[in-house]
Design a binder for this molecule. Structure first.
Ligand code: GDD
Ligand code: MN
Length: 372
């Protein structure tokens, strides 16, 4: 059901503010009022789109009353029998009419007063996307305990590790952002996780990104919907967005062990070559086979203009970096923990280093990094 509140006459809105809501009855009136106030100096028409999943607490009814009382232009989308923040935001974007869209939470953890500044930045300096960022200078999080900060930073670290596109962005998981609508491919968005911004960046045609600092406020009323299901969805979402590259890279690495042993054993035990020589030959062949699989499979879409020989040579050198990191980490950690555990951590760190260098330098995913 869509409740239209058409008050812009024939003008097309410059910006659409999309506000997803689920059980925000306690706060929605204040949010709508503050969003409206924050845009009072804008000399163009704007619209507010509330997307509510038929909240049991009747959020949408209250929103509808406030739209009338405050003379707000826009619409209220009430989705029956569906739930999900990602798809709610997509439905909001889809029905938006503005040239720009801003997505903001309803619970006032995202201060609406930043919207106009973000819009000005986008208009004046021609940014495709402005992210309200907790993690650039001047931004912060209010009242988070240490463990919550660690969870958030870990999520950012994992996302940046897996999705090379976003490695330059400090707060790629922000739920508060503003973009030029013609730069986003709405048809490619699925909205299966909470982090719709990641999808927008990966699938869209976004070149210039700016991170605008803001303070993520404490939630005063209502409660957060972030739970275990959301965390699992998040992992699935970033794996899909990264095209499962790290998984493929890991499987190729495992296949390399098979190739290595498959050559080492006959060379040493059947032909009788000395270990140092048979080891070198098998290591070399497994490195080349790893390269071929990664080139044809893991990074098949990223074979840039470099020649394959150059990629092979570069990939080859990542091996030494990974080995060196593995060696140093294992030896250092062995002082404090059981040596096999130290060795496992060493392997993991070496693997991560290899993956980062391979994706960024060998297969050039770094060059597709966005400019700011
Ligand atoms: N329509 C709809 N359907 N809205 C939802 C749903 C849903 O299933 N789940 C949550 N919302 C709305 C909430 O009402 C709120 O306005 C907003 O989405 C964010 O939900 P919260 O539950 O407050 O999320 P959070 O505070 O834990 O996390 C938020 O902030 C993070 C940091 O900026 C989200 O915006 C995250 O995406 C963001 O990373
Ligand atoms: Mn919140």
């Amino acid at each position: 059901m869509i409740i239209e509140k058409n008050r812009c006459k024939d003008q097309k809105p410059l910006i659409s503010i999309v506000i997803p809501t689920y059980n925000e009855a306690e706060v929605i009136s204040e949010t709508l009022r503050r969003v409206k106030d924050s845009l009072k100096d804008l000399d163009r028409c704007f619209e507010i789109i509330v997307v509510d999943d038929d909240s049991p607490d009747g959020t949408w009814r209250i929103a509808s009353e406030v739209f009338d009382k405050e003379d707000i232009n826009g619409k209220i989308i009430v989705r029956e029998n569906v739930r999900g923040l990602g798809t709610a935001i997509i439905d909001g974007i889809r029905s938006s009419e503005g040239e720009y869209v801003c997505v903001i939470d309803a619970d006032l953890q995202h201060p609406p007063e930043e919207i106009l500044r973000m819009l000005k930045k986008a208009l004046e300096e021609d940014y495709d996307l402005v992210i309200a960022s907790r993690y650039v200078k001047g931004g912060d999080v209010e009242g988070w305990r240490l463990h919550r900060r660690i969870i958030s930073k870990t999520a950012v670290f994992i996302a940046r590790l897996l999705i090379p596109h976003i490695r330059g962005i400090k707060d790629p998981m922000s739920g508060y952002f503003l973009f030029r609508k013609d730069r986003v491919r709405i048809d490619r968005l699925k909205g299966d996780g909470m982090k719709i911004l990641l999808e927008i960046i990966v699938t869209g045609d976004i070149k210039k990104i700016y991170e605008h600092p803001y303070i993520f406020h404490r939630r005063v009323r209502g409660k957060s919907k972030l739970g275990v299901k959301e965390i699992i969805d998040f992992i699935k979402q970033i794996l899909r967005l990264s095209d499962y590259k790290i998984v493929k890279f890991g499987l190729v690495g495992l296949s390399g062990i098979g190739v290595n042993w498959g050559i080492l054993i006959p060379l040493r035990d059947i032909i009788g070559l000395p270990l140092p020589i048979s080891y070198l030959i098998s290591l070399e062949i497994s490195t080349i086979s790893n390269f071929i699989f990664n080139d044809l499979w893991t990074f098949s879409k990223n074979r840039c203009e470099k020649s394959w020989l150059r990629r092979l040579i570069e990939y080859h050198s990542t091996l030494f970096v990974g080995l060196a990191i593995n060696y140093v980490a294992t030896n250092l950690l062995a002082f404090t923990t059981y040596y096999l555990i130290a060795s496992l951590i060493g392997i993991l760190l070496g693997f991560i280093a290899n993956y980062i260098i391979s994706s960024e330098f060998v297969w050039g995913l770094r060059s597709s990094r966005k400019s700011y």
